[in-house]
Write a protein that binds this ligand. Structure first.
Ligand code: SF4
Ligand code: SF4
Ligand code: SF4
Length: 222
């Protein structure tokens, strides 16, 4: 775990703020030089799992596997004031993705136009090297297609239709902000500049493009 602006100290740094990401269309945040990323605001997440349901529906993810999980801690404190912390587990769209470098067929790749890490099922032989190499444990073999699968920021579904990712649109608390990290004026870039954020396991050199605004209640050990 590393911090983008200053060291994240568990127990500090939770700030509530308002964003309007879900109301904006994808066309409004696209400019030349796109490198898509996401901010997940732990302080806004209420664990409703609407994002998980929307992802499954839009991307036709079968039961038994998932591209996106919201993990809840055990209670922090005691009833009636117990609190929970939530953690999004999904592809981090690493700029230096080990899942790509180990793939023997080129099926696992980073899209040059968007920076999104994706899988070409036509080239995937199901060897599972990428699943073993991913330090975030977010890949799986699709039970029907028998090829590797994971979150691709809805690249072939919502993004292709000019919409924001399904999880972003569905979140009732605007905990998710999606956009172009290479545009210094984008909402996501301004958010990362303004807030204390961290990236999971960035010490591995994977350069994840998933940023997190830390909650003040405890810490999840991955
Ligand atoms: S989180 Fe895992 S699957 Fe996603 S780009 Fe990084 S290494 Fe690959
Ligand atoms: S399972 Fe598919 S995507 Fe993963 S390493 Fe093997 S061929 Fe590449
Ligand atoms: S929809 Fe938003 S608030 Fe609900 S679990 Fe997902 S990120 Fe958290």
């Amino acid at each position: 775990m590393s911090c983008s602006r200053r060291h994240f100290i568990a127990g500090m740094g939770a700030v509530i703020f308002m964003t309007g990401s879900a109301q904006r269309s994808l066309a409004q945040i696209q400019i030349n030089g796109i490198r898509y990323g996401m901010v997940y605001d732990e302080t806004r997440c209420i664990g409703c799992t609407a994002c998980m349901d929307a992802c499954r529906e839009v991307n036709k993810v079968p039961e038994g596997v998932s591209r996106l999980k919201i993990i809840r801690t055990g209670p922090i404190g005691e009833f009636p004031t117990a609190k929970y912390r939530f953690y999004r587990q999904s592809c981090q769209h690493c700029d230096n993705p080990p899942c790509v470098s180990v793939c023997p067929t080129g099926a696992s790749y980073k899209d040059a136009a968007t920076g999104i890490v994706d899988v070409n099922p036509e080239r995937c032989v199901g060897c599972q090297y990428c699943i073993a190499a991913c330090p975030y444990r977010v890949r799986f073999i699709h039970p029907v297609k028998k090829t590797a699968d994971k979150c691709n920021f809805c690249r072939d579904t919502n993004l292709a239709q000019g919409k924001l990712p399904a999880c972003v649109i569905s979140c009732p608390t605007k905990a998710l902000t999606f956009g172009n990290l290479d545009d210094p004026n984008s909402e996501i870039s301004r958010l990362i500049a303004d807030k204390t954020t961290y990236r999971a396991k960035a010490y591995l050199g994977t350069e994840p493009k998933m940023y997190r605004i830390p909650d003040q209640h405890g810490e999840i050990k991955e």
